[in-house]
Structure formats: structure tokens, C-alpha cells
Write a protein that binds this ligand. Structure first.
Ligand code: ARG
Ligand code: GLU
Length: 726
């Protein structure tokens, strides 16, 4: 009986551990550590995060503020995704050295390529500073005053809390304002490109396969951190030396199997796991469909041009990919939320919680939460929709209006800050727009504009439409603007910005493109933004109270703080899933699948001849498994945007893969994690090694690594064999 109970408990713990969650690495002791051990982890919480000694967290820096990377050698070699290194790879590419098409490999350190403005940031320590941040806040009555006081406290604390001169203090909020954490960080500024496979490996499958399982992408690239002679952060200098890390990840050659423990360590950007059902309804029924429709139209127009004209294809490839990325994600998210019945399930949970509030005698404090949510979300609905139209149509997916908006802001700077600020800003703008115009094609943008303005005019809330969008003929408007505005080329724009401030502003106000944007922006800033912001502030306060109530009353629930671009641990197992009726996905793909998808000459599914040769000869070295080459695998780790490049780690702390995506059916995990269909996608580390070694011949890099065999009988012997690292 006792044994049965224990078994049952184990079962509960095991299944719970697969319910997702992104946990703060300094707070794993207790529930998380127990869950992880039950899933098979052999490490302790201290191996992952330790203030006093080096630990795994010292090998996982934030990559350029948006992605994650991991240190894999004693000489500061780091691994991240190809799509995270894409800009750097692209910037070094030219017609003569096309590193995107051909790949890039530094066979000596001298060949590694410096990158201006590319940084990686390590976490030195994490500390709870809630009490200090909230000091003097509770006595204030209005939400505005509270937020102001919190900001003041944060600034003061960031300046006064102890740190070394080369470090930074950053304070971030957790649990929607119920907890504040200090991060002491170190940012390295000399990060050089070391290796990248050709796009036909690193981005194999491109947009068609994006967010999709089964996947066959070798989405990785390699960089190296350089430091000054004291191993501290320094700007680029040829005298800098490879950084010596506090910790680097050993790499397992033993591969993975279904149900193996996995841990993903990285910097998830943003999630909304504690939204009330009314908010999710709004996302599913209004906001996502509107954004999807807008991008759908923009993508169709761009695709039409790109297919006919190779120059346009190059100009728009990167923009197209980034527009398509979230377009596709929102489609998957919307379907997943519907399929998993998220709204109904949340509604039921809210009913139960309402009862719990009453039983706890907390009606006074929390009793009206859900009715308040209902009221405020209903009120914000038209403003939120209008805001999405403004940002998706004017700022995000058309280009001339985006420039128009920057110029409108320039005029505002003149009005509020005067001549000098205006001139500084104007010069900055001119500098930054040079690059922009190289990839701008007015013919493409005019067609996108025509399509998107029509949507804005007919589908966004009528009461907030400016007069130039009421009963508008969008085709005629597009022709008028694009034939007359000076915003269509860099030279004309410079002309428009020449002269003293008065002249420039007068000229701007005579420009058809500027006039259009100004009218739309003024209407938006006057009638939508202030009301949206005010309601949003109320909603944030409600979310904070709701979170507080859950922390108080759902003590045994697995409440993790929403992602906020800080370092988190998520864990689970290697696992397949059933995306739809009668379809079962297994968790590992192989090089055979790459060959099945191969379309010679296709821009998404071409395969380099060297890779085909290696495949035909089954020349996989020690990286293959039973005559096959594993490529990607999936697991139940709860990840989101920002986790790109995150290390996937085995039970012993060795690197087994590199996170780069999620499966389409499960992208709603940002709002609602359903363990049956939410999976993260990782490249198998053996595929990375195979490409580095067999494909690229970069033995110099392989030599730096610590390759281990944790699953095989004789780990130590092998380990020494590979430890040529010194
Ligand atoms: N979906 C992945 C992530 O959000 C990969 C994106 C890059 N790849 C692409 N084909 N657009 O960001
Ligand atoms: N590709 C994403 C990134 O850039 C990770 C995929 C996701 O959203 O989970 O971070």
C-alpha cells in the first residue's frame, strides 16, 4: 500500500514536471529540484546556479540581448543559432565572400571576424530586492504615483548596490510586480564570428519549415568572446585575448532517446501565462485574426515581387522572413488556443478560484477581480484593436509610412526640445536611413501600402479613423503618395531634410507622404494611445493583484513568473506527440529526412553537394548512431522567443542540443501550455559536430571541445582521449 502510494506520488510529480514553467535559476532548490530529479536529473540545484562557485549559469550568456548562447570551450568559444548570428554573417558577406550561401569557417583564430555592436552578457549573481524596490510604495494611492516611486527606487538601487566597475546592476520585475530581482551582469563587447554553415544547412527548410515538426535544420553558428588581458570586458582590440570562462559545457556524444531528461537554460523573452479568459478570447477572436490578415496581405504582395525579380528577392528576404515568422506563429497560436479549449478551461478555473477567494475570506481584497477584468478588457477592446492596426500597418509592415513616422517624431522633437535636439536627431536619422534605403523598393511598398491601408480603413474601429482614411480609395491614395512624396528614395529624402529647421519643417509638411502619416499619427496619439495606456495601466494593476492572490491562495500550484528576458531554467523530457487524429510524431529526425525534402536548386530545400556525398558514404564518424545521422529532436521544455540558441542539457550537465524553435501546434504555450502538444525543437549536438568536423573540416574547433560519453561504460577513458584542450 505504502509502495503504491509512493508510486502514485511519483507519477503525479512526474506528470506535473511536464506541465511547463520557466524557473528562476537561483530559486530551484525545493520543488523544482525534486521534480527534476524525478525526471532523471543527476545534478543538484547548486550545479546549475551557485553564487560562490562557478556553475552552469556561468556558461550561458545572453546573446546580443535577444538570443541565448553557451560557452563550449575553455577559450571562450560560444554556440548559438544560425538565425541569431544571421545579421553578423550577412554583414561580412559580399559577392566575393558569400558566407550566407557558402558558410564561413575560421581555421585559425586570426581569421575570426570582429562584429561591431555585437555583445554577450553573463549573469554574475541574482538577488531578491523586492523589499527595497517597494519601499514607500504601499502608502501611495494612485497607480501612477506607485509606478513613479518604483522607478525612482529602481534607479537609486541600481546606482547604489555594490558591483565591480566593469559590471552592471539591472533590476527586473517578476510575477507582474510582486517580486523584484537584481541581476549583476558583465557584458563583453568583442565577439567574433568563428563559424557558420551555409544557409542550405543553417536555415534548411526556411519559412516553409519554420515552426514545423518534423524539422531538419542545422540552425547553429559559432562565435568567440574576447577579453582584455585581465579577462574583463573590453571594446574590440587586436590585442584582446580569448576569454577564459568560469565554466564551459562538456558535450555528450551519447545522444538522446525518448523520455531522456532535458533541461533548457536561456533567456525567454515574453509570455502571458496568467491572462484572464476574457483577454485570451480577445486575442483569439480579434487581435490575432487582424494581425494575421494584415501580414497575410503584405506577404502575398512581397512574395509576388520576389518570385519575379531576384534583386527584390535579396532586398526583401530578411524582411519577409521576419514578417512571416510571427504571422505563422499567430496562426498556430490561435488554432492551438482553440483546440486546447484554453478559454473554457480558464473560465472554469476562474470560477473555482472565485469560490476559493470567498472561502479564504478575501472577497474584500480579491472578490471583484474577474468582474473588473471583464469590464476593463471590454473597454480596452476597440483601443487595442486600433493600436494593432496602427502599429502593424503604419509602423511595421509598410516602409514609407514607417519613415514618415520617424520624420513626424523629428518634428515633435523640434516642437518640444528645440533647434539643437532637432539637428542632432536629423543627422542621426540620415545616417541610419542610408542602410534602410538599400533594401527599399518603392514599387513593392506601394502595393503593400495599397493593400494594408484598405484593411486599416475598412476593418479597424471606425470611430478612430482619421479623415484621410474615411471612404478612401486606397489605390488612388497609394499612387498619389508614391508618385509625389520625397520619401521614396534616399537622395530625395536628403533633399527634403536640407536647410535650416524652419525650411525642413515647412518642406516636410508639404510632402504628401509626410502629410498622410502625420494625420494618421496625430489621430492615433490623441484618441487611441492615451486611453489605451490608461486602461492598460489599470489592467496591469489588476494582473498584479490577480498574481498576488494566486501566490497567496494557490500555494501548492506550480506558479512560475512570466518570461521577462531574464535567465530561466525549463525542463522536461524528449518526447513525441500527436498533432492530429491518427498522426503520431516521433521525437528524432535524421539526415535521411533532409534527403527526402531535398529539391535541387530550390531556395529553401537545396542541399549542398558535400553533404549529399557524406550522406551517400554514411561518413558520420563518431557522431552517427546505428548508421544514421540524427539531426533534430523535440522535448517538453517550455520555451519561447529568446530561447533561440539555448543549450539543451542532459541529466549530468552535458550539452546534447541547441534550442531553436517550437512546434506549430504548440505555439500557444506563450499563453497556455498544454503538455500534450507543446514541444520545443532542438538541433542534435552531434549534427552540429558532424557539420563542423566532417562537412567543414574545422578540426581546430573540435580540438577545443570537451567531448564526453556519460552513458557509456568507460566514460573517463574516452574523456581523457578527447581532452586535448589544455
Ligand atoms: N521560429 C523561429 C524563432 O522564432 C526561427 C525563426 C528564424 N527562421 C525563419 N525561417 N524565419 O524565432
Ligand atoms: N526561434 C525563436 C527565437 O528566436 C525560438 C522559438 C520560440 O519562440 O520558441 O528565440
Amino acid at each position: 500500500m505504502k509502495f503504491l502510494k509512493l508510486l502514485l506520488l511519483l507519477f503525479v510529480v512526474q506528470t506535473q514536471a511536464q506541465q511547463g514553467g520557466m524557473w528562476v535559476p537561483s530559486l530551484l532548490k525545493g520543488m523544482n529540484e525534486t521534480e527534476m530529479k524525478n525526471l532523471g536529473m543527476k545534478m543538484t540545484a547548486k550545479d546549475i546556479y551557485d553564487v560562490n562557485q562557478s556553475s552552469m549559469k556561468d556558461a550561458v550568456p545572453h546573446f546580443n540581448g535577444g538570443c541565448t548562447s553557451e560557452v563550449i570551450s575553455p577559450k571562450g568559444l560560444i554556440l548559438t543559432n544560425h538565425h541569431c548570428g544571421f545579421d553578423a554573417i550577412q554583414k561580412h558577406s559580399s559577392v566575393e565572400h558569400d558566407y550566407l550561401t557558402d558558410g564561413f569557417w575560421a581555421y585559425k583564430m586570426e581569421e575570426e571576424l570582429p562584429n561591431e555592436n555585437l555583445t554577450v552578457t553573463f549573469i554574475v549573481k541574482i538577488e531578491d530586492v523586492t523589499t527595497q524596490v517597494l519601499a514607500g510604495v504601499s502608502s501611495l494611492s494612485s497607480e501612477e504615483e506607485k509606478q513613479k516611486k518604483i522607478q525612482e527606487n529602481i534607479t537609486a538601487l541600481s546606482n547604489s548596490l555594490p558591483k565591480e566597475s566593469w559590471q552592471e546592476n539591472k533590476i527586473r520585475t517578476f510575477y507582474e510586480g510582486n517580486q523584484y530581482m537584481l541581476f549583476v551582469t558583465e557584458t563583453f563587447k568583442d565577439v567574433r564570428l568563428v563559424g557558420a554553415p551555409p544557409t542550405s544547412i543553417g536555415k534548411f527548410g526556411s519559412d516553409t519549415d519554420n515552426w514545423v515538426w518534423p524539422r531538419h535544420t542545422g540552425d547553429f553558428s559559432l562565435f568567440r568572446i574576447y577579453a582584455d588581458k585581465n579577462n574583463r570586458p573590453a571594446s574590440y582590440s587586436k590585442d584582446n585575448v580569448p576569454y577564459t570562462p568560469k565554466h564551459f559545457l562538456p558535450i555528450s556524444l551519447d545522444g538522446i532517446q525518448e523520455d531522456d531528461f532535458t533541461l533548457v537554460f536561456g533567456y525567454p523573452g515574453r509570455t502571458n501565462e496568467y491572462l484572464p479568459s476574457v483577454a485570451i478570447e480577445q486575442i483569439v477572436n480579434e487581435l490575432n485574426p487582424a494581425k494575421i490578415e494584415i501580414r497575410d496581405r503584405a506577404l502575398k504582395v512581397e512574395d509576388g515581387f520576389m518570385r519575379k525579380d531576384n534583386a527584390i528577392k535579396i532586398q526583401y528576404a530578411s524582411k519577409y522572413a521576419s514578417t512571416a515568422n510571427y504571422w505563422k506563429k499567430w496562426i498556430g497560436e490561435t488554432q492551438g488556443l482553440k483546440k486546447s479549449n484554453a478559454v473554457v478551461l480558464k473560465k472554469e478555473a476562474e470560477k473555482e478560484f472565485q469560490v476559493k477567494i470567498s472561502k479564504a475570506g478575501k472577497d474584500q481584497e480579491y472578490g471583484s477581480l474577474f468582474s473588473e477584468f471583464e469590464k476593463n478588457y471590454t473597454e480596452i477592446a476597440p483601443y487595442a484593436l486600433s493600436r494593432d492596426y496602427f502599429s502593424e500597418v503604419i509602423l511595421r509592415n509598410t516602409e514609407l509610412p514607417g519613415i514618415g513616422f520617424k520624420l513626424f517624431q523629428l518634428e515633435q522633437v523640434y516642437n518640444t526640445k528645440g533647434e539643437q535636439s532637432f539637428t542632432d536627431r536629423k543627422n542621426n536619422l540620415i545616417n541610419s536611413l542610408d542602410e534602410f534605403y538599400k533594401n527599399f523598393n518603392p514599387a513593392v511598398d506601394e502595393k503593400v501600402f495599397e493593400q494594408l491601408v484598405e484593411l486599416y480603413a475598412t476593418k479597424s474601429p471606425k470611430q478612430f479613423l482619421p479623415s484621410n482614411l474615411t471612404n478612401v480609395n486606397s489605390a488612388k491614395l497609394a499612387t498619389d503618395i508614391y508618385s509625389q512624396s520625397k520619401l521614396t528614395s534616399f537622395s530625395k529624402l536628403k533633399e527634403l531634410l536640407t536647410g535650416d529647421s524652419k525650411t525642413v519643417i515647412a518642406n516636410l509638411n508639404n510632402d504628401k507622404g509626410f502629410q498622410f502619416v502625420k494625420e494618421v499619427a496625430e489621430k492615433y496619439l490623441k484618441e487611441v494611445a492615451p486611453k489605451y495606456d490608461a486602461l492598460n495601466l489599470k489592467i496591469s494593476a489588476l494582473q498584479r493583484t490577480y498574481m498576488k492572490a494566486q501566490l497567496e491562495l494557490n500555494k501548492d500550484a506550480r506558479l512560475f513568473p512570466d518570461a521577462n528576458s531574464t535567465l530561466r531554467v525549463t525542463y522536461g523530457k524528449v518526447k513525441g506527440y500527436e498533432p492530429k487524429d491518427a498522426t503520431v510524431y516521433t521525437p528524432v529526425t535524421y539526415l535521411d529526412g533532409v534527403m527526402e525534402k531535398y529539391i535541387p536548386g530550390d531556395y529553401e530545400f537545396d542541399v549542398p553537394s558535400k553533404l549529399i556525398e557524406l550522406y551517400n558514404n554514411k561518413d558520420y564518424g563518431e557522431y552517427g548512431e546505428n548508421g544514421k545521422m540524427p539531426v533534430c529532436f523535440i522535448g517538453t521544455n517550455h520555451t519561447t522567443g529568446g530561447n533561440s540558441g539555448s543549450p539543451a542539457i542532459d541529466a549530468n550537465g552535458n550539452l546534447i542540443g541547441l534550442n531553436f524553435d517550437r512546434v506549430w501546434e504548440g505555439t500557444m504555450s506563450d499563453i497556455y501550455y498544454d503538455p500534450s502538444i507543446c514541444r520545443n525543437i532542438m538541433v542534435d549536438i552531434r549534427y552540429v559536430l558532424f557539420i563542423m568536423d566532417k562537412y567543414a573540416g574545422a578540426k581546430n574547433l573540435i580540438e577545443e571541445l570537451q567531448l564526453v560519453h556519460p552513458k557509456k561504460n568507460n566514460p573517463l577513458k574516452k574523456n581523457i582521449l578527447h581532452k586535448k584542450t589544455k
